[in-house]
Design a protein around this ligand. Structure first.
Ligand SMILES: NC(=O)C[C@H](N)C(=O)O
Length: 653
């Protein structure tokens, strides 16, 4: 097994690991040639950072897909009213130097490489990243007041379709119903591992003084640089969890609030991510979008004197789910038997009703008799959920036809995507209070909270990586219980999952995936846990990561052709199999235009050709050796009639 160099791949080790394969391939009869794409990337990326000899050429480029659904950000005045203007946004962004670097685009052949006119690139970010973004404009563009559940489904499907090609997603959207869309998408996106950031503006981006440029820039910087596996909303320098926001101001740039959850990030001089609050992945399942939504849901706001008959009319079929907006901490009149009877009848008939407060901030609690009556009428306490979140959650849960009514009710009471605060939260032991950190702080004479947090953030990722390296799940569990975030990277951006994947600690990989680790984390070299597992030939880990939705990046897929050719020349079947399991296209040409099969043929490696044919035909990939060639292979046969028969591998292999 390859030496993983302590779980952390130094530039030197990386350089040392390449030449054997590169030279074998370069020794091919036609000699080395540079693929045009690679030439572009090498020259462009070299100009970014010449000081890191082993850095993957494109580690510093991230890709973001922008779905432009409409909203004020792209509106212009027609007959004195604002309305969306089609086909105008890309051209005006292209002229804004803070949102597009034309020189870089030209010098690096960006347009030819990405093949479309709607791709732009941000100037170099503070952390030396290039964010390349492609805008997909919807037709028609909508004022968000015109949006329906069909539009949520379209956005969800577009994210799903493009998921593997981008590092993150930005959704441009009107502010009026943005909180509803953000909430709905948060539930629809199951096992999300990448950032989806909704944003828009209060003033069109075409106007002299507007908030659209800053909002779009901030959303792009976050979506391109941080693996925040959540549907978020970015507005006026703050990143919020999408299902926690509500629009609170129609006339200010500061239009949104997240009353019951602190922002996930604040973008001031620097972008500061509050990693303690960011939702952590806990799954080994692949990302998917659930597009089934039940439209028979509604919001009903209590007011003094509301009549039982109007409530009764509202609750009639086909209504299946209702959010009742109640007073204070979830209260309703307990002296109105007529009203309570109507509510009870509806829940008895199978309508799911959620109790949410009308207050902007706070939670539904069982402290008053006036609240108790609603529980008795069969309503489910909605905790501190916003009505927008509760409504879209109902729509999502009610559409799960495989579940019975009680399972649906159970889901409604559960925290699915961080939309409600768990009761036990807050009592969690925090690492900043732990003895270990306290001791270090004392030794260093540190007492202020910020410095304590800085120590914790600096110390825990390397500790977690060390535990992952030694396969010590107990130590990781202790770190996790103390509140540390197992998806954070060390000084090289390497996360515990990178380390465990490199070493093939399968149980550890499984544990990490179930406890917040992201399969999409990239280290400073652009490597992901999957690319590490491939490099170190950890076949079972490759399989598990793939099952969890890990995939090679566009650049890794591009470069795979040359890598496969090198492996083919050296007869490295195990290496080829690992690339194949990781999703590489085995018929991808290398840098001189030949495929691995052609290179194997030129090198006289028939066993490799046979193996590749078997992999390409998707036959069971179970052997590294014994097969017998059925020699109909004819070098002169231009039709390429390759026929190879395999014997069963010997027992016990
Ligand atoms: N600021 C905005 O975007 C408001 C606009 N009416 C919309 O929601 O589309």
């Amino acid at each position: 097994m390859a030496d993983t160099n302590g779980g952390s791949i130094t530039p030197l080790a990386r350089e040392l690991s390449q030449p054997r394969l590169a030279s074998a391939y370069d020794a091919s009869p036609t000699g080395p040639q540079l693929h045009p794409c690679r030439m572009r990337k090498l020259s462009s990326c070299a100009s970014l950072d010449k000081t890191e000899p082993g850095r993957s050429p494109c580690a510093a480029e991230a890709r973001v897909l922008v779905l432009n659904t409409g909203g004020t950000i792209g509106m212009t005045l027609h007959d004195n009213v604002l309305a969306p203007k089609a086909n105008a946004l890309v051209e005006s962004l292209r002229k804004l130097p803070i949102l597009h670097d034309e020189v870089y685009a030209q010098q690096t052949g960006l347009y030819e490489y990405y093949g479309h006119e709607t791709t732009l690139v941000l100037p170099l970010s503070k952390s030396k990243k290039r964010i390349v973004y492609t805008i997909l404009e919807y037709n028609p563009l909508l004022d968000s007041s015109n949006m329906t559940t069909e539009d949520w489904v379209k956005i969800g499907k577009d994210i799903e379709k493009n998921y593997e090609s981008y590092d993150g997603f930005v959704v441009l959207h009107g502010t009026d119903t943005m909180a509803y869309t953000a909430s709905a998408l948060s539930f629809m996106c199951e096992h999300l591992g990448k950032p989806v950031v909704l944003t828009g503006s209060q003033v069109p981006i075409y106007e002299l003084k507007n908030d659209g440029r800053d909002n779009l820039l901030g959303a792009l910087l976050i979506a391109g640089q941080f693996v925040i596996p959540e549907v978020c909303l970015y507005f006026y320098n703050k990143l919020y969890r999408g299902n926690r926001v509500t629009k609170v101001d129609a006339g200010s740039f500061n239009a949104f609030a997240s009353p019951n959850l602190a922002p996930l990030a604040i973008a001031e001089v620097d972008i500061t991510i509050n990693w303690d609050t960011v939702w952590r992945a806990n799954t080994t399942a692949k990302f998917q979008v659930s597009t089934q939504l039940n439209r028979n849901v509604g919001l009903l706001r209590l007011f003094p004197g509301i009549t039982a008959s109007s409530v009764n009319a509202f609750l009639q079929a086909p209504m299946r789910g209702v959010v009742l907006e109640t007073y204070g901490s979830g209260n309703a009149p307990d002296n109105r038997p007529d009203l309570l009877a109507v509510l009870k009848k509806a829940t008895d008939d199978g309508v799911i009703m959620i109790n949410c407060t009308q207050c902007l901030k706070g939670t539904v609690s069982a402290s008053y008799a006036t609240g108790q009556v609603l529980a008795e009428a069969g309503l489910i306490a909605g905790g501190d959920m916003t009505p927008e979140a509760a409504l879209s959650k109902l729509s999502y849960v009610l559409a799960k036809n495989e579940l019975d009514l009680s399972a649906k009710k159970k889901l409604m009471a559960q925290n699915l995507r961080g939309e409600m605060t768990n009761e036990f939260q807050g009592s969690q032991l925090c690492l900043s209070n732990s003895h270990f950190i306290q001791l270090i702080a004392k030794t260093l004479s540190i007492s202020c909270r910020e410095e304590l947090a800085a120590i914790r953030n600096a110390l825990t990722p390397p500790l977690a990586c060390a535990a992952a390296k030694s396969g010590d799940i107990e130590a990781l569990d202790a770190l996790r219980e103390m509140g540390s975030n197992l998806c954070l990277g060390d000084y090289d951006g390497r996360t515990p999952l990178h380390v465990a994947a490199s070493d093939g600690h399968l149980k550890m990989v499984q544990y990490l995936l179930e406890n917040g680790a992201s399969v999409h984390a990239k280290d400073r070299y652009g490597d992901t846990p999957l690319s590490n597992a491939v490099r170190f030939r950890q076949k079972d880990t490759v399989k598990l990561l793939r099952k969890t939705g890990a995939h090679l990046s566009r650049d890794q897929l591009e470069e795979a052709g040359s890598e496969l050719c090198s492996l083919a020349v050296s007869g490295d079947l195990e290496g080829l199999e690992n690339w194949s399991l990781a999703g590489a296209d085995l018929s991808k040409p290398g840098y001189d235009g030949r495929t691995a099969i052609q290179v194997a043929e030129a090198a006289g490696r028939r066993e490799v050709m046979a193996f590749l044919v078997q992999l390409i035909n998707n036959k069971p990939q179970r052997f590294f050796g014994d097969f017998r060639e059925y020699d109909k292979y004819d070098d002169d046969d231009d039709e390429g009639g390759l026929v190879i028969e395999f014997t069963a591998p010997p027992a016990g292999r």
